[in-house]
Design a protein around this ligand. Structure first.
Ligand code: GTP
Length: 324
């Protein structure tokens, strides 16, 4: 076989491979006119190489992010360097359908893209190649893993019965708020809420009825909160809330509204109507003492006074209150 024949063969094989490889290959000239469009591109776009050759990429595909992509390509021409675009940066450039059976949940193909400068025989960069990799499997696995991790994180922070924050997470939230307030001297109040005579409810109506009462109070509490407030289930029948940007007077307004709402509401269990009340202790951060524990224990002392005072009431902490 002559050298010419051998070179021809190689060229033939290369063209064959370019056409059949499972990677998208596009060659553009400096005016973004399409010079090469391989089999992968044909299969996924439904546009044949013959019908597209010589056409302007952005006129033929007006849905492409032209401004952004042109900027990338211009810098490839200018710097004579390749550029990568990851699916995490932009899920796809060419919107192709995703046909993979195991990743059937995404309707489009995730793509990693390389933009490659192509030099002519004289060494000038006259063309650019777009190489498109289908990374749908990797992307979807990674996105699913991320979603599961987020779900797990959410579960680890949530109380199962009430869907409020659990004690551990609420405590972190409260400590963060304390530090923020210490730094910026913002207003904030901490409220402890305890259901009155809850043992009697369990004894009279049974534990499942008690659970329903806890859920009911949590529901009313959630309805009373603002976005920036942080509420948690602190113990069995005890709840704790940090009211952001709220001084003692406003916190008292909040607790009294909540207390009355609870007093006026009722829980139905096994066709029986259960009425409950709550006691609430409030501590304005201005009286918090030196750390988050003393802020919390102040609210606890106020709650104790509310119980002592006859229950179904809100009490504001003041530093002259006796230790528990
Ligand atoms: N149903 C139910 N009961 C719980 C749960 N967690 C704690 N308890 C019960 O809540 C009751 C709390 O009772 P106590 O702390 O004695 O106080 P109380 O009866 O609420 O009375 P005061 O707080 O003094 O008004 C106990 O009987 C616990 O068993 C829970 O998740 N579900």
């Amino acid at each position: 076989m002559s050298n010419d024949q051998s070179a021809m063969n190689e060229l033939h094989w290369l063209i064959d491979m370019v056409q059949t490889i499972e990677v998208g290959l596009v060659v553009l000239d400096s005016s973004y006119n399409i010079q090469l469009w391989n089999g992968f591109m044909e299969n996924h776009s439904g546009v044949s190489p013959n019908s597209i050759k010589g056409q302007n990429l952005f006129e033929r595909f007006p849905e492409l992010p032209a401004k952004w992509l042109k900027q990338k390509m211009e810098s490839v021409f200018l710097l004579k360097n390749r550029t990568f675009i990851s699916w995490e940066q932009r899920p796809y450039v060419f919107k192709f359908k995703n046909y993979r059976p195991i990743t059937g949940r995404a309707d489009h193909m995730y793509q990693n893209i390389t933009l490659l400068p192509l030099a002519s025989l004289t060494g000038q960069i006259t063309h650019i190649s777009i190489i498109i990799y289908d990374v749908s499997d990797i992307a979807i696995n990674k996105l699913q893993l991320k979603a599961v991790n987020e779900q797990l994180e959410q579960l680890s922070q949530t109380d199962g019965l009430t869907q409020l924050h659990n004690r551990r997470y609420w405590q972190q939230c409260m400590e963060r708020e304390f530090e923020r307030n210490a730094r910026y001297h913002d207003e904030a109040s901490l409220v402890m809420i305890d259901i009155d005579h809850f043992k009697q409810i369990n004894d009279k109506y049974g534990h499942p009825a008690g659970d329903k009462v806890i859920q009911h109070i949590a529901h009313l509490l959630k309805q009373s909160l603002r976005e920036t407030d942080c509420a948690g289930r602190y113990g069995g029948e005890e709840f704790a809330v940090v009211l952001a940007k709220t001084n003692a007077a406003d916190a008292l307004g909040f607790t009294e509204r909540l207390r009355k709402r609870i007093e006026e509401s009722e829980v139905t269990f096994d066709n029986r109507i259960i009425k409950v009340t709550v006691s609430l202790g409030i501590n304005d951060i201005a009286n918090s003492g030196e750390n988050s524990s003393s802020w919390l224990s102040g609210a606890d002392k106020a709650l104790y006074q509310a119980k002592e005072g006859g229950r179904n009431q809100s009490v504001l902490f003041n530093p002259s209150m006796p230790d528990l």
